[in-house]
Design a protein around this ligand. Structure first.
Ligand code: HEM
Length: 301
């Protein structure tokens, strides 16, 4: 039902009401996230008020990294008429809806494909060890450092190619004058779209093994082929509506994957060790029953 209402937006209103009713007080799906945002915004407002009072009394408050909600509230305080409270709430909700499942799914996909391809897991661990031996990795691993690791970056890129977190056409409206796409004319206002799952399996671009997980495809020296693959690699979408959070996720993924691969051993449970994992698509393509046993990694002799 969720998938259908993703495609046919007229079902939204109905599905939303039914799911929220079934979920009771806290709401379901988006309503749950909206309620959570409201709570967090209220907490942050109270914290900012207390911090301002403390500063006035000459007491400095120690604080870690500044969360998004605080940045949004600062913007609202700067110009409350233009950046209204509704924008604060919408920003927080959008970040959670758009940024959590997508990043979680992508992290799962990277681990899953590494577990399915022990050769790639070995190659990645060997790259990490080599970087550590040469003093090129701090503790914790720095983002800039991990960006210099070609195999890690190829693994991430390939996992997001073979399992992009979203799977429905990314829709665009044809502008005035129409557009010819792949030799076919579409008049103005036609809704066209491309699904990254289709684009990423294009054998003309990615080769006969487009269905296979193969990080080495990104480690070639053929610049033209790489450029063609990069153009067709769209897990974060493309153009003016491309994902605005992609750099946050890229940072999280680049820092987290080498760290956990280095520190832990993973073993697929029976449910995940069949031919392929079970996933369900309703815009987000979520793994189902992906269970992994995690243990501290023993140093290799
Ligand atoms: C691996 C993680 C992520 C993936 C795979 C992903 C994927 C996508 C995709 C496919 C789109 C549609 C792009 C298009 O139509 O061209 C999108 C849009 C968007 N993403 Fe992400 N995303 C990720 C992380 C995040 C994060 C962390 C945030 C926020 C903190 C975020 C916020 C957004 C927003 C607000 C939009 C809508 C942009 C617009 O319509 O102008 N995303 N994302």
């Amino acid at each position: 039902m969720a998938l259908w209402s993703g495609i046919y937006d007229r079902f939204h209103r109905f599905a939303f009401a039914v799911f929220s009713l079934l979920a009771g007080g806290k709401g379901a799906g988006r309503e749950y996230v909206v309620n959570l945002s409201k709570t967090r915004v209220a907490e942050e407002q109270a914290r900012r008020k207390a911090a301002a009072a403390a500063a006035q009394a000459g007491r400095e408050e120690l604080r870690g990294a500044e969360p998004f909600v605080s940045k949004f509230l600062a913007k609202h305080e700067q110009d409350p008429e233009k950046f209204i409270m509704q924008h604060v709430l919408a920003g927080c909700t959008a970040n959670m809806v758009a940024g959590s499942d997508t990043t979680g799914i992508s992290l799962s996909a990277i681990i899953y494909y590494l577990l399915k391809h022990p050769r790639c897991m070995r190659a990645l661990r060997s790259e990490i060890a080599s970087f550590q031996e040469r003093g090129l990795l701090s503790t914790p691993f720095g983002f800039k450092e991990t960006q210099q690791m070609p195999y890690l970056q190829a693994v991430i890129k390939e996992a997001l190619r073979i399992h992009p977190a979203t799977c429905l056409p990314m829709e665009r409206v044809v502008p005035e004058g129409g557009a010819t796409i792949s030799g076919r004319f579409f008049p103005a206002n036609t809704i066209v779209g491309i699904n990254s799952w289709v684009a990423h399996r294009n054998t003309q671009i990615f080769g006969a093994d487009a269905d296979e997980f193969n990080p080495e495809r990104w480690l070639i020296s053929d610049k033209d082929k790489l450029a063609a693959m990069n153009r067709q690699w769209i897990p974060f979408g493309m153009g003016s509506r491309t994902c605005i959070g992609r750099h946050i996720s890229t940072l999280e993924i680049s820092k987290l994957i080498p760290r956990i691969v280095n520190d832990f051993d993973f073993e697929l449970s029976d449910a995940g060790s069949g031919n392929s994992w079970v996933t369900q698509d309703y815009w987000f393509v979520k793994p189902r029953g992906f269970k992994v046993k995690v243990t501290s990694r023993k140093p290799e002799c």
